[in-house]
Ligand binder design. Structure first.
Ligand SMILES: *Cc1c(COP(=O)(O)O)cnc(C)c1O
Length: 405
């Protein structure tokens, strides 16, 4: 034979002895139930899968806060769900208005361009939230068929709080609104029906604390009207919502569903339902505010000011003279904590999505961050950071769930 058997290290030799604490911008740690479900393979069609899918749709309707009968899964990353929303709603030659806050929201613009749309971008200065008036003026001026916007821009940790306002005007002007909620869904309110969002996109490995590779997209009735009335043939066979509908609503075959990942997502959604959204939002807010207080207590500065600061992923300015890569390597090798760098910005990011929002995880992360900075010769006040963290947790008043809980 021409090609010899390769020499391969075992996974044990490659992976650290103890799993690292994944506190970056995703993937995030998964609960044991999700991990166990991910190890199971069942028939992708048949009664068992049908029951799983029925329950998943029920749970997804709760998590998306919608009555939609058009929630579809997709085998692929969050980006595949983005592309599925875009491919089905963006008609070649139509006008799409894209609110670009950064890396991910610009991806929706790029996808729309590839689909042959006439794309108008609103480029928001880095670190700032979209301004509702500016977006509404642009909708009136350009009269797009579709508007794309991100709820939380993971790349630079900005939060767009103006979605309800924008959706209201967009609807009056017959513009469909596509919202990327990959990092935010189930970490903060997103009321698809009340706000009038036409497509909500999410991935598995962030807010939902499942595995990467199986994602969801929910279409409104209005969006589905457009999808079902389209006469042109979609270029994307795998992402064609009408074909996916065969599997998700008609118990028949589109492509072999990612069964293990679907079971994992079923468990992740079940955990959201058991916790309930109000309690989950409070857990996320409590932990993120405490993390932010801890970071400032250490003597560091947060990248984004209120009210544009995203709570699901927190951006931290690097002290002068500190190398980002060096810090990431140090905190990982010395303390077993993974945090994220960023695409082109001089910040590091700490995620607050799903299982990352546990107080024991933030204490460990603040200690690891402070000690790493100290180890790299920076001046930080670790006791003050830990104290600020503790104080913030103690002072938190539930905002979404009953105070007695
Ligand atoms: C992570 C992320 C994506 C992309 O998800 P992938 O699973 O990496 O494709 C898109 N949008 C936002 C807001 C994200 O945080």
């Amino acid at each position: 034979m021409h090609h010899p058997v390769p020499v391969i290290a075992t996974l044990d030799a490659i992976l650290p002895d103890e799993p690292l604490l994944m506190m970056g911008a995703g993937p995030v740690p998964i609960p044991a139930k999700v991990a166990a479900a991910n190890g199971i393979v069942i028939n992708h069609l048949g009664d068992t899968m049908a029951r799983v899918i029925e329950q998943m749709k029920m749970m997804a309707r709760y998590v998306f806060q919608t009555e939609s009968q058009h929630i579809l899964g997709v085998a692929g990353p969050g980006s595949a769900a983005m592309e599925m929303a875009a491919a089905n709603l963006v008609i070649p030659g139509s006008k799409v208005l894209c609110v670009c806050n950064g890396f991910f929201s610009s991806r929706l613009a790029e996808m729309s361009e590839r689909l042959g749309a006439e794309v108008v971008r609103i480029n928001i200065p880095c670190g700032q939230a979209a301004n509702a008036d500016e977006v509404i003026t642009a909708i009136r001026e350009h009269r797009p068929q579709v508007l794309t916007i991100v709820q939380g821009e993971t790349s630079n940790t900005v939060y767009n709080g103006c979605l309800p306002e924008i959706c209201r005007v967009a609807h009056e002007l017959e513009c469909l609104v596509v919202v990327d909620a990959v990092c935010t869904l189930s970490t903060m309110p997103l009321n698809m029906d009340d706000w009038g969002v036409d497509a909500v996109i999410t991935g598995g490995q962030k807010g939902l604390s499942s595995i990467p590779g199986v994602s969801l997209v929910a279409f409104s009735e209005l969006a589905w009207d457009l999808i079902s009335s389209r006469q042109d043939i979609l270029r994307h066979w795998c992402l064609d919502a009408k074909l996916a509908d065969q599997f998700w609503y008609k118990k028949s075959y589109h492509y072999t569903a990612p069964v293990s990942g679907i079971l994992a997502l079923h468990e992740a959604l079940h955990l959201v339902c058991k916790e309930t959204l109000p309690r989950r939002f409070d857990r996320h807010l409590k932990c993120s505010l405490a993390l932010q207080a801890g970071i400032e207590g250490l003597g560091l500065e947060l990248y984004v000011d209120q009210p544009s600061r995203l709570n699901s992923v927190v951006g931290i300015k690097l002290p002068e003279g500190l190398n980002q890569k060096e810090l990431l390597r140090f905190i990982s090798s010395e303390y077993g904590v993974e945090i994220a760098g960023s695409f082109g910005l001089d910040i590091v990011r700490i995620g607050q999505m799903g299982e990352q929002c546990r107080t024991h995880n933030i204490f460990r992360t603040i200690h690891a961050l402070g000690s790493s900075l100290k180890g790299l010769g920076q001046q930080v006040d670790i006791p003050a950071g830990v104290a600020a963290l503790e104080r913030s947790i103690e002072m938190y008043q539930p905002r979404y769930s009953a105070q007695t809980e």
